[in-house]
Design a protein around this ligand. Structure first.
Ligand SMILES: Cc1cc2nc3c(=O)[nH]c(=O)nc-3n(C[C@H](O)[C@H](O)[C@H](O)COP(=O)(O)O)c2cc1C
Length: 192
């Protein structure tokens, strides 16, 4: 069974973190959830879920100020971490190595242990600070995975867009969701 840390921070798109938790539960993974203070706010502002409902979707959840949580230590075995969405503030906290809250500490642990760290970095447009922080994150071993929609899979709803992005993130952990529409598979719409 895979063990994955999921963090929801205050970037727009809390639904990406929520869908990640829902799909990982369907796939039988053990999830360790951290929600930042602004992640909680965006859950309330952008979705119909309560923060408690989101916490219940995870196997375990931790307060973002709890630096003594299991996921704060490299000796706690996990397969990796997904930050969905990842605000520019959290990106900056990770790339500065400050580890000032549990999200950036756990991400720091992923980098030092050379584990998978996937950041659904969300902001637009990007300034040079954002781009440089993304470069530092990549050079340090993280994957920057902006939640940018694809259209080659002919999405028919926002749900299709969200599921496609999250499905591609889960690909990174070796999952192969059967509903994920991949390029090269037959499409309902064709220009040819
Ligand atoms: C509704 C809403 C949407 C936001 N969207 C973004 C965003 O897309 N990207 C971003 O970097 N910050 C965004 N912010 C600002 C962050 O929430 C803010 O910088 C916060 O301090 C991030 O803290 P955290 O990373 O600890 O959650 C948004 C804030 C709100 C209230």
């Amino acid at each position: 069974m895979k063990k994955i840390i999921v963090a929801i921070t205050g970037g727009s798109g809390a639904i990406y973190g929520i869908r990640t938790l829902q799909l990982l539960r369907e796939l039988g993974a053990e999830t360790h959830l951290i929600i930042s203070a602004w992640g909680s706010k965006t859950i309330q502002m952008e979705t119909s879920y309560t923060v408690n409902e989101v916490k219940e979707m995870a196997s375990v959840h931790y307060h973002s100020g709890n630096q003594a949580a299991d996921v704060s230590s490299g000796s706690f075995k996990v397969d990796g971490m997904i930050v969905a969405p990842c605000s520019m503030k959290t990106l900056a906290s990770i790339t500065s190595g400050m580890a000032s809250d549990l999200v950036s500490r756990s991400a720091d642990v992923m980098l030092k242990e050379q584990k998978k760290l996937i950041l659904l970095a969300r902001e637009t447009p990007l300034n040079l600070i954002h781009v440089r922080n993304m470069e530092t994150a990549i050079l340090s071993g993280a994957m920057i995975f902006p939640p940018v929609p694809a259209f080659y899979n002919n999405p028919e709803s926002l749900d299709d867009v969200i599921n496609h992005t999250v499905g591609r993130v889960l690909d990174q952990f070796g999952y192969d969701p059967e509903w994920l529409k991949r390029w090269g598979e037959p499409s309902k719409h064709s220009n040819t």
